[in-house]
Ligand binder design. Structure first.
Ligand code: ZN
Length: 161
């Protein structure tokens, strides 16, 4: 599957259209519409699956980091050690959790869309809008860029239903 960025260029070079490129064969005009629809659907499913996998990968980052953070905090709190080391461990644990949270929000922001509960608009907010929004799990309280209402916006995998 070629990167979408080079698809058009590739089609021009091969003198075929995008649908022919995607389906791997020359298409007769009568079949064109059906093929186009099938390809669009396949592409949509692929994007959906990619976003689903991205969101899954968030757990792979967050869970080990949270466990490591908890262990570090316990060690820092209860193990006998000089004060400077205790301080350094706590700073290290906080920095680790912070870094991972930063990465996790990045994954969440890029995978899929947020859906406005008021008008249904689906969009990708900027990183900092996502990061700074109050959230419960992956649902975030943000202002919709279309209708301007603030609602709890759910994470969805595709741009359209
Ligand atoms: Zn809206």
């Amino acid at each position: 599957m070629p990167d979408s960025g080079i698809m058009l260029e590739l089609c021009e070079l091969l003198k075929i259209n995008v649908n022919e490129l995607l389906s791997g064969e020359k298409i007769m005009a009568d079949f064109y519409d059906r093929r186009a629809e099938e390809n669009l659907l396949a592409m949509k499913r692929e994007i959906e699956e990619k976003n689903r996998q991205m969101l899954r990968s968030e757990y792979l980052v967050v869970i080990p980091a949270v466990l490591a953070g908890i262990v570090l905090v316990f060690v820092a709190a209860f193990a006998p050690m000089p004060a400077w080391l205790r301080g350094a461990l706590i700073v290290f644990a906080a920095a680790t959790i912070d870094t991972v949270a930063f990465i996790a929000v990045g994954i969440e922001q890029k995978a899929g869309y947020y859906a406005c509960q008021s008008c249904g608009h689906r969009y990708v907010p900027t990183y900092w809008r996502t990061n700074l929004a109050p959230h419960a799990g992956r649902t975030r309280y943000m202002k919709c860029p279309v209708c301007g209402k603030r609602t709890w916006q759910k994470k969805v995998l595709t741009k359209e239903d």
